[in-house]
Design a protein around this ligand. Structure first.
Ligand code: PMP
Length: 409
């Protein structure tokens, strides 16, 4: 693979030129949200300048243009993730809402007392809290596939938990804390052997690697636009068409109905049945621009670049000697982020020192509190990389560690 022209890529992100106290920003918080390149901002700005209107096929020209753009955005996403068509692509607000949609529209109706909901110990709160609460409401049990000391799923334990009592297996594709790339096809296959459905949280996968939902064979797959060079306010729920057809809507209102009387209503076609009210039209336009932009670079190259930066960061941090790094060693099952703790320095203090150097990292539990309990720490510092990051930015991170040690240890 030809490596990326990172200098040219960075030119499309004016925000990366910003300085605070004379120091250029080093943005290593990409697992929280990625930056937005000019073509995406321009596409959204063009929408508002040129064809802003409500959709649902108004009679006038502007509405028709907006409707076509919004509808075709579903086709573009379907094509990007290997879905069969727009019927399988529902626009939501974010990954969290996508998870809630499955939990309410499928889980609440289908789960029965003593059914087993199988999660992993490395789930993000977006799926963990959601399924936990739906389980409370339905009487289902929740069990967690153990994470071993290397930060990988214990697949023997997975095989124990995913038996005929399992109704649903919900797993994160790439962990936003450990960086682990989970065997989601294998988990989905196990689920299907026992007539359970699989829900995959792809928030940290779709932005960073080629993803084909057909290959994974997942029943549902969720991700967010804002983590893949796209805008905030739009997420995606992929679902298999037959399941989506069977499911009742999760939210009700205009735009999702076929016929309404004072007594009864019937639902429109997929995917509109799950998209009531005025949707994220500008954001859908922005998401399409982001996908075009990512595909022009190439998802394989993006993945290779991030893995190279993450490996470099891992090795440099490991060489420091007083740093505990969480998750697997660099390799094919590790994505582009590194969470760690420096001995004697609290993660929040470290992030604050990093900020003094204009280095943006995240400190906390990264919405994986139970996993941090399992790791035996309250918090960690996370550096997460994207297509515009460089090794010299990692060098700055490592150089700033000394300040933290001097101040806090
Ligand atoms: N799952 C994972 C793995 C994530 O990293 C995130 C974002 N940190 C989410 C879910 C939630 O995404 P959002 O906040 O866009 O709903």
């Amino acid at each position: 693979l030809e490596s990326l022209d990172v200098a040219a890529i960075r030119e499309e992100f004016p925000i990366l030129e910003r300085e605070f106290d004379g120091q250029q920003v080093v943005y290593l918080d990409n697992a929280a949200t990625t930056q937005t390149p000019d073509p995406v901002v321009d596409a959204m700005s063009d929408y508002y300048r040129e064809y802003n209107a409500n959709i649902h096929r108004g009679i006038h020209h502007l509405s028709q243009e907006a409707s076509v753009a919004y509808e075709e955005a579903h086709d573009r996403v379907a094509d990007f993730i290997g879905a069969d068509g727009r019927e399988e692509v529902i626009f939501t607000k974010n990954t969290t809402e996508s998870e809630n949609l499955v939990a309410y529209a499928w889980g609440l109706n289908e789960l029965e007392p003593d059914d087993r909901v199988v999660l992993t110990e490395m789930e993000h709160h977006a799926s963990l809290v959601t399924w936990q609460q739906i389980a409370h409401q339905t009487g289902a049990d929740v069990e967690y596939i153990r994470v071993d000391d290397d930060g990988r799923l214990d697949m023997d334990h997975a095989r124990e938990l995913i038996d005929d009592d399992a109704a649903i297996v919900s797993a994160v594709h790439v962990s936003n804390t450990l960086g682990t790339v989970n065997p989601v096809s294998e988990l989905t296959e196990l689920a299907h052997e026992h007539d359970a459905i699989s829900v995959i949280d792809g928030a940290q996968a779709v932005p960073n690697r080629p993803v084909d939902v057909g290959e994974i064979d997942a029943d549902f797959y969720a991700f967010s636009g804002h983590k893949m060079a796209g805008p905030t306010g739009i997420g995606v729920l992929y679902g298999k068409q037959d399941l989506l057809e069977e499911m009742d809507p999760y939210l009700y209102g205009g735009g999702m109905i076929r016929k309404v009387t004072f007594e009864e209503s019937t639902w429109g076609d997929l995917p509109w049945k799950f998209e009531p009210g005025t949707p994220q039209i500008a954001e859908a336009v922005g998401l399409v621009a982001a996908i075009d932009w990512l595909e022009e670079i190439g998802m394989e190259r993006i993945q290779a670049h991030e893995e190279e930066i993450a490996r470099y960061a891992y090795e440099r941090l490991e060489a420091e000697g007083d740093i505990e790094i969480y998750g697997p060693e660099p390799g094919p099952d590790r994505g582009g982020l590194v969470s760690f703790n420096v001995e004697g320095v609290h993660a929040h203090d470290l992030a604050s020192i990093m900020n003094d150097h204009t280095i943006a990292v995240r400190a906390g539990d990264h919405c994986t509190q139970p996993l941090h309990d399992r790791l035996g720490v309250a918090a960690s510092t996370r550096a997460s990389f994207y297509v515009y990051n460089t090794k010299s930015e990692v060098d700055k991170l490592v150089a700033a560690l000394d300040d933290a040690r001097q101040l806090f240890s």
